[in-house]
Design a protein around this ligand. Structure first.
Ligand SMILES: *[C@@H]1O[C@H](CO)[C@@H](O)[C@H](O)[C@H]1NC(C)=O
Ligand SMILES: *[C@@H]1O[C@H](CO)[C@@H](O)[C@H](O)[C@H]1NC(C)=O
Ligand SMILES: *[C@@H]1O[C@H](CO)[C@@H](O)[C@H](O)[C@H]1NC(C)=O
Ligand SMILES: *[C@@H]1O[C@H](CO)[C@@H](O)[C@H](O)[C@H]1NC(C)=O
Length: 364
């Protein structure tokens, strides 16, 4: 047993030396040297990063405290990546706006993108509460843009459920897996953060299309994971055809996980995420990660232009306590929103990671 221990210790030492070697060689790029997406949640009383009730942007559906969520510990967790080379910079609003001066960032996707975008707006606002801003809403295009005028920085949300088009035709609403006309709104944006998945599994009266078109063929329905992969392929080709990597950086938000089945985290009797007050301890989620993540990773590999995956799935999987549950939009969500996230909350961490990656040296 003694020998085994010694061996383990030696192995550990060797790996530390290797990590330190990398760190020394890449002092400027510590974020890219470590996997910032592997780690654990630690209690940190300096969190949350803002008081949601002082944030004019926070959506009613995400403001869990205002919706009378009684427990508050979920607000005080900070994401701690593993490893020595892994220290994340704290979000610095003035620095963020200064670095983005004259530029734009756009979140494109479903309401999880909205969650992400509003979190960023609150983070900026809390560090610069009196900096002036303008809002421009183009309802027809589903675009809302805030401009922080002192910095000429635009922080934009483009609501797009599937990224690909849905077109009204004689036969009904047709989802076109190989067409992205709304891409015209993404040209000239400096930082693009895409996301789509949650609506792909939706069927029944709230499914916003009647047919799926793949090339010349029109289907009543098809395997949704397959359809998702085809749409991502189309999106990847759009990126390759339209993105100038010297001007624009492209991120994919990753798959935001849900917590509807307690069996996945070893609590089969749990009523979805209701009453969950603490994260899963440690760094490994006992359940499986979503199949859509594997599809996404496979498709991202085929994109030739640089795209950074903001791989937030695993770290968010640990946060069974982070959802609004019945403290979201109440009736509309039938009282069980285990899909979106409370603000302040988990998306703030997505933004800290984004912030660290946006300005990391070898991203461009
Ligand atoms: C996420 O979790 C899966 C399954 O536990 C694991 O295979 C994968 O390496 C993890 N990814 C990251 C980025 O931690
Ligand atoms: C957040 O702001 C509200 C309104 O000013 C205040 O009542 C509340 O105490 C603040 N919460 C914290 C934790 O500071
Ligand atoms: C890189 O590491 C240094 C020292 O640990 C730290 O001060 C700095 O904030 C880190 N930079 C980033 C971008 O994380
Ligand atoms: C939860 O997941 C387990 C294991 O995958 C499955 O057997 C069970 O039917 C699921 N429960 C619900 C309510 O979907």
């Amino acid at each position: 047993m003694g020998v085994k221990l010694l061996l383990l210790l030696l192995l550990h030492l060797v790996s530390i030396i290797v990590i330190n070697g990398e760190l020394a060689a890449h002092k400027m790029n510590n974020v890219s040297r470590c996997d910032v997406f592997q780690g654990s949640w630690v209690l940190d009383r300096s969190y949350p990063l803002y008081n949601a009730s002082l944030c004019p942007f926070v959506g009613k559906e995400f403001d869990c405290l205002k919706n009378k969520r009684p427990d508050q510990q979920y607000l005080h967790y900070r994401w701690q990546p593993h490893g020595h080379a892994c220290s994340l910079s704290r979000f610095d609003g003035p620095n963020f706006l200064e670095k983005l001066r004259g530029k734009s960032i756009m979140f494109v996707g479903d309401s999880l993108s909205k969650n992400h975008w509003l979190s960023l707006l609150c983070m900026i606002h809390s560090s610069l509460p009196s900096t002036p801003y303008l809002v421009k809403i183009s309802g027809a295009n589903g675009i809302t843009a805030y401009t922080f005028t002192d910095y000429e920085v635009k922080v934009i949300y483009h609501h797009s459920l599937y990224l690909v088009d849905i077109i009204k035709e004689k036969i009904g609403r047709v989802m076109k897996l190989d067409s992205i006309t709304s891409g015209k709104h993404w040209l000239d944006i400096d930082y693009l953060v895409f996301n789509t998945w949650h609506w792909w599994t939706r069927r029944g009266p709230t499914q916003p299309f009647d047919f799926i078109q793949d090339g010349e063929k029109i289907y009543k329905d098809m395997d949704r994971l397959v359809a998702f992969g085809k749409a991502l392929d189309t999106w990847g080709r759009w990126v390759d055809d339209n993105i100038d990597p010297h001007k624009s950086k492209v991120f994919f938000q990753g798959i935001s996980p849900t917590h509807y089945n307690g069996t996945n985290w070893g609590e089969p009797k749990a009523q979805a995420c209701m009453g969950q007050k603490v994260p899963v301890p440690g760094s490994t989620y006992p359940g499986t990660s979503p199949a859509s993540l594997a599809v996404l990773k496979k498709e991202l590999k085929t994109v030739k232009k640089p795209v950074t995956l903001l791989d937030i799935t695993n770290l968010s999987l640990l946060r069974k306590d982070g959802h609004p549950s019945k403290y979201g939009l109440g009736k509309k969500m039938s009282g069980r929103d285990c899909s979106h996230w409370c603000l302040a909350g988990v998306p703030d961490t997505w933004n800290i990671l984004l912030y660290n990656l946006m300005f990391s040296k070898d991203q461009l």
